[in-house]
Design a protein around this ligand. Structure first.
Ligand code: GLP
Length: 261
C-alpha cells in the first residue's frame, strides 16, 4: 500500500486525475470505478479540466458505479446514478451508454446485485477504482464487520452513515434509505488499481486504522492492505494520526519520476 500525503484536497484531486488521465492515454476504453460523496469532487473537477483542455480524451472511457440506495427511483436527484450523471458523466462528456451500475429499484434486489457483480467481470473488470472512506472506515457502503470476501449485495446502513448522509436529503434522516446495494469488499479488491482519497480531520482516525491498524472487518478499508496496488491519498489533516507520516513523505519524495501512483 502506498500512502501519499498531499497539502490539500485540490492537490489530491489533481494527483488522482492525472493517474486517471495516464490510464486513459494507455487504455482509452478503461473502466473507471467512481465513488460518490464530497471527497472525490476535486478529482472529477481536475479530470474535467483536462478533458476541456484536450489533455485527455474520454470518448471511449467507461464508468462503473460503486454503490446505490435501494428504493430511490433512478431519476431521484440523490440516487447515486443521478449524482454520478451530474458530477462525473456530464462534466467528462461521457454518455449513459458507457455507464454501468446496479438497479436500486429492482423487485429482486439480490438478483440485481449478482447481475451487477457478474457484469463488472464481463466488462473486463475495473481498471481503477476510486474510493472515499466513511468516518467508521467503510468503503462503498460496506459497513463495519462486512465480510472481507463479500460480493455485491444489499446492506443496511448504520445510524451514523444515515446521519452523515442526511445532508444530501435536506438534513432529514427520515429521507435517507436504510438499505443500499454496494460492491462487496471482495469485488472492490478485484479492481486492478484501488485509489482511496481521504481529506479533513474527520477522517484521520479511519485513515490511521485502515493504513496502520490490523486487517480487520471492523474497519473495512483495512482490506486494501491485501491489494497489490492500493494507493491512499490523504491531505495533512486526514494524515494527522498516522505514526509513519514522515516515512510516507520521505518515500514519496524519493520515488522515481516515471513511476506515478
Ligand atoms: N457510499 C458513500 C461512500 O462511497 C463515501 O466514501 C462516503 C464518504 O463520503 P464523503 O466523501 O462525503 O465523506 O459516503 C457514502 O457512504
Amino acid at each position: 500500500m502506498e500512502v501519499v500525503i498531499v497539502p490539500d484536497a485540490k492537490a489530491g484531486g489533481e494527483l488522482i486525475a492525472e493517474a486517471m488521465a495516464q490510464l486513459l492515454r494507455r487504455k482509452p476504453d478503461a473502466l473507471l470505478g467512481v465513488a460518490t460523496g464530497s471527497t472525490p469532487l476535486p478529482v472529477y473537477e481536475a479530470l474535467a479540466a483536462k478533458v476541456r483542455s484536450g489533455a485527455v480524451d474520454t470518448a471511449r472511457a467507461r464508468i462503473a458505479q460503486l454503490d446505490e440506495y435501494v428504493g430511490l427511483p433512478a431519476e431521484h436527484p440523490e440516487s447515486y446514478r443521478s449524482v454520478l450523471r451530474r458530477e462525473v458523466l456530464e462534466p467528462l462528456g461521457i454518455d449513459m451508454d458507457a455507464f454501468m451500475g446496479p438497479d436500486g429499484t429492482a423487485a429482486d434486489v439480490q438478483s440485481a446485485c449478482e447481475a451487477y457483480d457478474r457484469a463488472l467481470g464481463g466488462a473486463g473488470g475495473v481498471d481503477l477504482q476510486l474510493l472515499g472512506i466513511g468516518t467508521d472506515g467503510h468503503i462503498g457502503f460496506n459497513e463495519p464487520c462486512s465480510s472481507l470476501a463479500s460480493r455485491t449485495r444489499i446492506k443496511t446502513l448504520t445510524e451514523q452513515t444515515r446521519v452523515d448522509n442526511a445532508r444530501f436529503f435536506d438534513g432529514d434522516i427520515e429521507q435517507v434509505p436504510h438499505h443500499v446495494i454496494t460492491q462487496g469488499i471482495g469485488t472492490i479488491l478485484e479492481a486492478r488499481h484501488v485509489v482511496l482519497l481521504a481529506t479533513g480531520e474527520g477522517k484521520a482516525d479511519a485513515v490511521a486504522a485502515s493504513v496502520e491498524g490490523p486487517v480487520a472487518a471492523v474497519c473495512p478499508a483495512s482490506a486494501l492492505q491485501l491489494h497489490p496496488h492500493a494507493t491512499v491519498v490523504v491531505d495533512e489533516a486526514a494524515a494527522s494520526k498516522l505514526k509513519l507520516a514522515d516515512y510516507f513523505r520521505h518515500t514519496y519524495a524519493h520515488k522515481p519520476d516515471w513511476q506515478g501512483i
